[in-house]
Each structure stands twice: as structure tokens, then as C-alpha cells.
Design a protein around this ligand. Structure first.
Ligand code: GLC
Ligand code: CA
Length: 560
């Protein structure tokens, strides 16, 4: 039927639904208000019951938690707050017993400033660890501007008094960038990765891996980037050389999966990372969708006009088409860096929250690519929308607030934008039940629990056959039972529709038509062929009468 399908090689990770857990917010087992590994162990049966194949945990390594674990001070030890290595081993075994694979988060663009390497490196200019990081000596004048995502002044250079030089930190000043130019540093990274693979983990999600190669010697931002530091950071001259070496030295030796967090990846360059012939990484995820609707990306200000549905559809389509013959895509609508899926892309009002969460779940699980599903979205958890800056825990929000304040910017606008987009919206504790603190902790949660937990919680949804949670389970089962949803080709229809996302998934003799109404109004799809005789297989309403009800999703079998 279509020839290019034949060239796609089957792999377990292509067929996977990855469930992402933010450990800090999943389940607290000891009452300190912080989720931990024993909490995850307690909930293994729940995770298994979802039907997911892989769990990705945000960083669990030793860390002073300037950025909740994305600042690692020891890559071979478990963060005290999360537990011990024995807990980890038990967790891994428990997952494997249940047939679930475990993927960890590798944060090696930068370390913590409390890592032994950095503590050494800043002792003197001739310290053996000096070259593990990037420095700019005071006598060379002011270093050229580099944007920092988390710095109160937006400045990625921090002056170090002892050695009279600046060090580079693209994220917070407690996250100095590692120097991949140094072969010793690269070897350290490979050894760390081997350590975890030898323990039996099944892969890594690689944090801002696109930023590891720096454009040395540091120069002014070339004009062609038009102020876009993300793009510039992601196009370092030795990036692919390092990834190929990484693959050769370690990755190729294990049956594992790798996924790049890919800021700066575009449909033009992504195959350089994931074309299997290049032997770099398996998958990458892009930011084109999550960047929609912003007025100022760096300052996280949202546009009053919202996001554009036609663009949304076009982005998914073009990213799918890139992988028609080579590489493999990823599909997600939320993670720990973004708000809740239903608040961002659906409608979280009481009337439409459940139905739109189910529609979005249908969408994710009918797309081609590996699915990344963020914990809590299976309940239709919503943004918390803090009014008060003091409620935020995320360094990004807190420091941007300081930056905008010091510039005399509009803080009200910033706070309103944060209600839509702040990362803490997606980090509030998981809502297990209607008991105190949503059953997350017996202590004081590190970040407030969303006050809607009496209505939205797992326990209530377990009992309700029609809950968002049970819909997620059924939808996963449906995907697994219909392989066409995994490897089948996608064709897109009705691109001009402001309401409906319409596409087919097809392979040898089978074709499914998926229609998704993204609005709270009745809508019809104009796909250009007759589907009235198609068979209704699955959806978030009981039936389909030809018109799509608000947020209706349907999967139809087409007979040609
Ligand atoms: C990535 C992570 C984010 C973190 C940043 C710095 O974008 O997903 O949570 O803050 O890198 O490590
Ligand atoms: Ca705890």
C-alpha cells in the first residue's frame, strides 16, 4: 500500500507509551512533604494498571535542588530526599517484574556548582578540573552576552572572585555548563551512563543535550540568529561529533532508548540527530507546539490572542512527515516544563474538563510516534493558577519575576501569564484521593496541592467507569490492539478547519479515520470523502451521529 512503511524498522521504544513521573510530586512515603522513590514503589500497581510501557523519571540524583534535581552534585548517588540506592534497586526490580521499562534523566549540559568537579575547578586556574567548565578571564574584558534562562539578570556569566574569571551558566548560576570540548569530561559522562546501564535501566532522556557544544571562542551572537539564543546554543560546531562518539562508546552497546530534549531542533535539522544511519540518538522532542501563543518566549509572557489551532495542526503534520522514512518522532502535550494539558490545550471548566481531557488523550494515542504522557494528565488535573508569587517554588518563575520587577516591567501581566504557562502548574502533587493533601503526603507538601482535589482524584476515578483515568486505560489498550495506530502512515485532512483535527492512520488494508473537535461547539469535518458508512470503533461519547459534539473524539474504521 505504501512503500515507505517497509523501511521503518520495528523497535520496542517505537511502540511505547512513556509515562513521565515528576518524583517530587508523585507520592510521599515518609511525611516530609516531598515525593520519593518509596512512594513510587507503593504505587507500582497503579502504574502497571495504566498499561504504559516505560516510565521516565525526572532526575533522582544527589542535588541541592536549585532547579529540582536538574543541578546534579553526584551522578552516581540518589538524592537524599528521594531515598537510597537500595530503594532505587527495588524500584527498578519492581518495574521490570511488571514488564515496565525505566528511563532516567541525564543532565550533562551542566552540573551543580556543588559537584566535586566544580568545587575543585574554582579553586584555581590550574586546578585539574578547571577545564571541566567554561571560563572567561577577567583580563580579557567583559565576555560577550549570553542569555541565561534562570538568572535574575538574564546573564549567563557569573564572576568568580577567587580565580578572577567568569563561568558560563546557561541556566541558573548554580548550574555551571560542562565543557564537552574536554575529552576527560566526555569520558566521565560515558562512565556515568555505563554505570546506570549496567544497573539495568532502559534508557535516558537527555536534558538540553542540544546545547552541549559551545561556539568557541565565545563571540558576539552572530546576526543570523536575530537574538535567538536557543537556536544558537543548539547549533554548536561539535554537537554531532560528540553525539556520535557517545553512541559509539556507550549507547550502541546496550538495548536502550535515548530521547533528546531538543530545544532548537527544527524539521530541517532533526534528522541529523535521529536518522538511524548517523548513529546518534533514537528520538528527540521539539518545542514548536509548546512555544505557541507566546508574546515573549524568554520572559514567558503569553499573547492575549491565545494560540492558533491551524498552526498547531500544521506543526504536528510537518513533524510527522519528517519521519516518514527515517528516524522516529515523539508526541506530547505536557511535561514538567509546561502547564497541565487540559488547561493549555483543552478546556478545564467544570463543563468541559473531562470530555476535553479525553479528547486530548485520544489525540495523543492516535498519533504516529512514541507517546510521552505526563503523570496527572490521566486524571485531567488542571493548572493551579497561583495569585501570589510566594506560592511559586520554581526558580524560573521566581527569577523572571525578579528580572521583570527590576526592569520596571508589567508584573501583573507576568503573573497572569504564569497562570497559563508556569511550570509549577504541572508540578503540583498528584491527586490520589479526597483525603487531606489529596493523599499525597501526611506532612506539608513542598508545593501546594490543587484545591480541586476533592473533585479530581484517582480514587474517585477508579470507581467511575467513565472517568478520564479509565478512558486513558482503554485508549492505551485500543492503541495496542490496533497496530495501525503505531506504524501506520498518517494522512491529514481539512487543514483549514478551525475546529477539527482530522487524519487517517493506514497500513496494509486498514484505515482508521480520527476526528477530533477541539472546540466547545458542534462541528463537522470536511475530509473530502464519505465516511457516513464507516464503523464507529472508539471515542469519548457513546456514539457518533455525523456531527462532532463539543470536544468529541471519534475513531472510525473506513472501508475502501
Ligand atoms: C530542561 C529541563 C528543565 C530544566 C532545564 C535545565 O529544560 O527539562 O526542567 O530546568 O533543562 O536543566
Ligand atoms: Ca518524602
Amino acid at each position: 500500500m505504501n512503500n515507505n512503511q517497509k523501511s521503518i524498522e520495528r523497535k520496542w521504544w517505537k511502540e511505547a507509551v512513556v509515562y513521565q513521573i515528576y518524583p517530587r510530586s508523585f507520592k510521599d512515603s515518609n511525611g516530609d512533604g516531598i515525593g520519593d522513590l518509596r512512594g513510587i514503589i507503593e504505587k507500582l500497581d497503579y502504574i502497571e494498571s495504566l498499561g504504559v510501557d516505560v516510565v521516565w523519571l525526572n532526575p533522582i540524583f544527589s542535588s541541592p535542588n536549585d532547579d529540582n534535581g536538574y543541578d546534579v552534585s553526584d551522578y552516581r548517588a540518589i538524592m537524599d530526599e528521594f531515598g537510597t540506592m537500595a530503594d532505587f534497586d527495588e524500584l527498578l526490580a519492581g518495574m521490570h517484574q511488571r514488564g515496565i521499562k525505566l528511563v532516567l534523566d541525564l543532565v550533562v549540559n551542566h552540573s551543580s556548582d556543588e559537584h566535586f568537579w566544580f568545587r575543585e575547578a574554582k579553586k584555581s586556574r590550574d586546578n585539574p578540573y578547571r577545564d571541566y567548565y567554561h571560563w572567561w578571564n577577567e583580563e580579557d574584558g567583559k565576555p560577550p552576552k549570553r542569555w541565561s534562562f534562570f538568572d535574575v539578570n538574564g546573564d549567563a556569566w557569573k564572576f568568580d572572585e577567587t580565580t578572577k574569571s567568569y563561568y558560563l551558566h546557561i541556566f541558573s548560576e548554580k548550574q555551571p555548563d560542562l565543557n564537552w570540548e574536554n575529552p576527560k569530561l566526555r569520558q566521565e559522562v560515558y562512565d556515568i551512563v555505563k554505570f546506570w546501564f549496567d544497573k539495568g535501566i532502559d534508557g535516558f532522556r537527555m536534558d538540553v543535550i542540544t546545547f552541549i557544544s559551545k561556539d568557541l571562542p565565545f563571540r558576539e551572537l552572530p546576526e543570523k540568529y536575530q537574538g535567538n539564543f536557543v537556536q544558537y546554543y543548539a547549533e554548536g560546531p561539535h554537537l554531532h561529533e560528540y553525539l556520535q562518539e557517545f553512541n559509539r562508546e556507550v549507547l550502541s552497546k546496550y538495548d536502550i532508548m535515548t530521547v533528546a530534549e531538543g530545544p532548537g531542533t527544527t524539521t530541517e535539522n532533526v534528522l541529523d540527530f535521529v536518522d538511524e544511519d548517523r548513529r546518534e540518538l533514537n528520538m528527540s522532542y521539539h518545542f514548536d507546539i509548546s512555544n505557541l501563543g507566546h508574546k515573549d518566549l524568554a520572559k514567558k509572557l503569553m499573547s492575549p490572542d491565545g494560540w492558533n489551532f491551524l498552526e498547531f495542526k500544521e506543526i504536528f503534520k510537518k513533524w510527522d512527515e519528517v519521519f516518514a522514512e527515517k528516524g522516529w518522532g515523539t508526541v506530547y502535550l505536557g511535561n514538567h516544563d509546561f502547564p497541565r494539558m487540559v488547561s493549555r490545550w483543552g478546556n478545564d471548566s467544570p463543563e468541559f474538563r473531562e470530555i476535553s481531557a479525553k479528547m486530548l488523550t485520544t489525540f495523543l494515542l492516535t498519533m504516529r510516534g512514541t507517546i510521552y504522557y505526563y503523570f496527572g494528565d490521566e486524571l485531567g488535573m488542571t493548572n493551579i493558577r497561583f495569585d501570589n508569587i510566594a506560592d511559586y517554588r520554581d526558580i524560573m518563575t521566581i527569577n523572571l519575576h525578579k528580572l521583570i520587577s527590576s526592569e520596571g516591567g508589567d508584573l501583573d501581566e507576568f503573573m497572569e501569564s504564569q497562570k497559563l504557562i508556569a511550570r509549577d502548574n504541572g508540578r503540583t502533587p498528584f491527586q490520589w484521593s479526597d483525603s487531606e493533601n489529596a493523599g499525597f503526603t501526611s506532612g506539608t507538601p513542598w508545593l501546594k496541592v490543587n484545591p480541586n482535589y476533592p473533585e479530581i482524584n484517582a480514587e474517585a476515578q477508579e470507581k467511575d467507569e467513565n472517568s478520564v483515568l479509565n478512558y486513558f486505560r482503554k485508549m492505551i489498550r485500543f492503541r495496542k490492539e490496533n497496530e495501525v495506530l503505531i506504524y501506520g502512515k498518517t494522512e491529514y485532512f481539512d487543514p483549514e478547519s478551525e475546529s477539527v483535527f482530522a487524519y487517517t492512520r493506514g497500513s496494509e488494508g486498514r484505515k482508521l479515520l480520527i476526528l477530533l473537535n477541539f472546540t466547545d461547539q458542534i462541528a463537522t469535518a470536511n475530509v473530502g470523502f464519505d465516511y457516513q458508512s464507516a464503523k464507529y470503533l472508539f471515542g469519548n461519547y457513546e456514539s457518533f451521529d455525523g456531527n462532532l459534539k463539543p470536544f468529541q473524539s471519534v475513531i472510525l474504521e473506513i472501508y475502501e
